[in-house]
Design a protein around this ligand. Structure first.
Ligand SMILES: Cc1cc2nc3c(=O)[nH]c(=O)nc-3n(C[C@H](O)[C@H](O)[C@H](O)COP(=O)(O)OP(=O)(O)OC[C@H]3O[C@@H](n4cnc5c(N)ncnc54)[C@H](O)[C@@H]3O)c2cc1C
Ligand code: SF4
Length: 327
């Protein structure tokens, strides 16, 4: 599986990268750590004429504090730094736990936060060699006109499967997009379209440059639950992030998000109300909260593991995470 021919650009400034990306975007791809993009190029999923490598840009890495106490993380910060930074790990144990379970040690040293958040969606019928896809029949995400997962439909259900996204959604993170008209901040959830074939809402020339973690989320308890075939390396097939704090008033602040089950990472709505009712019972009854999570998950046959098994797993994960954080 050789790489296709392309021209490699190595801008040294973010503005230069944005200008190149705006100009060449239709025939180009952004390259961060390359751990997902390079295998995809080899599989013939993309054939860009231009690759814009973000690796030489000054100021896109590192973890710092803003004047208001929020935390800022550069998009080119490597995944292993998120897993190993002692201060980040103390303040945001959920993010550190999610990062520590991504891929393998080597891939965590190469892969970046920005690349993880902008990961392409995954499907059994799509992440394959050209020969494999040709012999099974191309699907509508690439070169074909049918969906093998939901035949008859016109929608791609490939699953968004990055691990940092649910952790950051649960921590109420925002992302900065640098573009030709300047930079803009948006809630992380707004980055995702929910369409498996075009998962990101990035405007022309826009590059994810930073992630902001609000100071208010620091110190929340966290639980990251991940199901995958091989714990040493694989992408998630169902995973859940929970950030929770028991307030002095007796109430609970909680946010829970899912990945690898839907075409976008999903923040589960209504959890705090559900937990307030659950905790009013003695002993606490988590059944309704688990059902809430179950309703938000939409696993389809995008992987070799049956979707009903992944649905069972996410309910188990929800119960385990809630019990751990409420203990
Ligand atoms: C064997 C294997 C196992 C893996 N397991 C996991 C896993 O368990 N969990 C997991 O989450 N991931 C997993 N991955 C995927 C990948 O390694 C990680 O998601 C990694 O963080 C991707 O980052 P990267 O910098 O290498 O991205 P790249 O491969 O360089 O880029 C990924 C995509 O994001 C785009 N992109 C990159 N940076 C930006 C930016 N700043 N702005 C806009 N677009 C951008 C690229 O154009 C590309 O489309 C695995 C990969 C492999 C090969
Ligand atoms: S969900 Fe359907 S259209 Fe999307 S990648 Fe899978 S088979 Fe292709």
């Amino acid at each position: 599986m050789p790489l296709p021919a392309f021209q490699l650009h190595r801008p040294r400034e973010l503005a230069e990268a944005v200008a190149l990306w705006a100009e060449r975007g239709a025939a180009g791809k952004l390259l961060a750590g390359g751990t997902d993009l390079i295998p995809s190029l080899k599989q013939g999923l993309f054939a860009p004429d231009h690759l814009i490598d973000l690796g030489a840009i000054a100021g896109m890495t590192g973890i710092s504090r803003a004047a208001n106490g929020d935390w800022l993380i550069g998009a080119m910060t490597r995944i292993h730094e998120l897993a190993e930074d002692p201060t980040l790990g103390r303040e945001f144990p959920l993010l550190a736990a999610a990062a520590a379970q991504i891929a393998s040690p080597v891939l965590r040293r190469m892969g970046t936060l920005g690349g993880n958040l902008c990961l392409d969606t995954r499907c059994l019928w799509y992440n394959q060699s050209y020969l494999w896809r040709q012999s099974c029949g191309f699907c509508l995400k690439k070169d074909g006109s049918v969906c093998h997962v939901a035949p008859g439909g016109r929608r791609c259900w490939a699953a968004f499967s990055a691990d940092t996204a649910p952790a950051l959604l649960a921590l109420d993170a925002g992302v900065e997009l640098a573009g030709p008209a300047g930079a803009r901040w948006l809630p992380l959830a707004d980055l995702y379209s929910g369409a498996g074939d075009h998962p990101l809402r990035l405007g022309r020339g826009e590059i994810l440059s930073r992630v902001r973690l609000p100071a208010a989320a620091a110190g929340m308890r966290g639980s990251y639950q991940k199901f995958r075939i091989r714990n040493s390396i694989d992408y998630p097939l169902a995973a859940l992030a929970l950030a929770l704090r028991r307030e002095a008033t007796g109430g609970v602040t909680a946010r829970l998000a899912l990945t690898a089950l839907n075409p976008a990472p999903v923040l589960v709505a209504g959890l705090e109300r559900c937990l307030a009712a659950a905790l009013a019972a003695d002993p606490p009854d988590l059944t309704a909260a688990v059902q809430l999570v179950n309703r938000a998950a939409k696993p389809l046959s995008t992987s070799t593991v049956p979707s009903d098994y992944r649905r069972d797993m996410v309910q188990l994960q929800a119960r385990r995470a809630l019990e751990a954080c409420l203990a």
